[in-house]
Design a protein. Structure first.
Length: 274
């Protein structure tokens, strides 16, 4: 059983609560949607699932139906009693009170390295959270996240597309991403003004290039995209030379959005070699 719009409204009204704009709260109140997310996440009995921003527990209930062991994280003190009331009785659900941007990941996830992150992410934390998990939480092997459509398109964008940016390179460095569904505003309470995207991200089973320093790589990427409309010879002046770009097989007249993650890796090697 999951929560309908009426269920969610009744619970919030009964507790004297409303969605908090500061926390980016838009609760999913459509049973078909949360079951669709659980299905696309391909979670099953025995899987370890981390849910960020569990809210009232609608998605939590759908994930629990699969038999997976769900760790549901919620930062909002006011929502915790309702979340615990809705899902706390389930033997395969653990509710954790915490801020996803400040979690002790090692303590939370333990020694297991096959976690799936499944979440309806608030718009204001989606990009930094996904980036942090990719960079620092290798125990999360895959994700199925619902985010603002524009954000989801950036996660999965290919070079030479308008949506392609620094975060696209970061995602491609760590894994493979694809938009697997679009969700309309009508399934949320309150309703946002934009569509949402369901994005699947699967971490590479081995690093693309373990010899590259990720800090250097992403420093170069950020420099290139800081002035994305400029040619790289101008945008990255003072960071890399024209000769280094050419040594990496990159035309100095290229723009950052034209480079694949493999281009950036070659440039990082050239810069490292001096």
């Amino acid at each position: 059983m999951t929560l309908s719009r009426g269920d969610a409204s009744q619970q919030l009204d009964g507790a004297g609560l409303r969605a908090k704009r500061a926390l980016g709260q838009n609760f999913v109140v459509d049973p078909n949607t949360v079951r669709r997310i659980a299905r696309l996440a391909d979670v099953k009995e025995g899987d370890r699932v981390l849910e960020i921003g569990a809210g009232l527990g609608s998605l939590t209930l759908a994930l629990a139906e699969s038999g997976a062991d769900v760790t549901a994280v919620e930062v909002d003190d006011d929502l915790l009693p309702l979340l615990r009331e809705n899902v706390g009785h389930l033997p395969n659900v653990t509710v954790v009170h915490g801020d996803a941007m400040k979690l002790n990941w090692q303590e939370l996830l333990g020694e297991h390295h096959d976690w799936a992150l499944v979440a309806n992410l608030p718009y204001n934390v989606a990009t930094p959270l996904v980036a942090d998990v990719l960079d620092f939480v290798p125990a999360v092997a895959r994700m199925l996240v619902m985010v603002q459509k524009e954000v989801g398109e950036r996660f999965a964008a290919e070079p030479r597309s308008e949506a392609f940016g620094a975060v696209s390179v970061k995602v491609a460095f760590h894994g493979t991403a694809s938009v697997v569904g679009i969700v309309p505003p009508t399934v949320f309470l309150p309703r946002p003004n934009v569509d949402s995207a369901l994005v699947s991200i699967r971490r590479h089973t081995s690093p693309l290039d373990p010899s590259v320093d990720p800090k250097l790589l992403f420093r170069l990427v950020r420099a290139g995209f800081a002035k994305r409309r400029k040619m790289l010879r101008g945008a990255m002046a003072g960071v890399v030379t024209v000769e280094q770009l050419e040594s990496a097989g990159i035309a100095p007249t290229s723009r950052a959005e034209e480079l694949s993650v493999h281009d950036w890796l070659r440039l990082a090697h050239v810069v490292t070699a001096g």
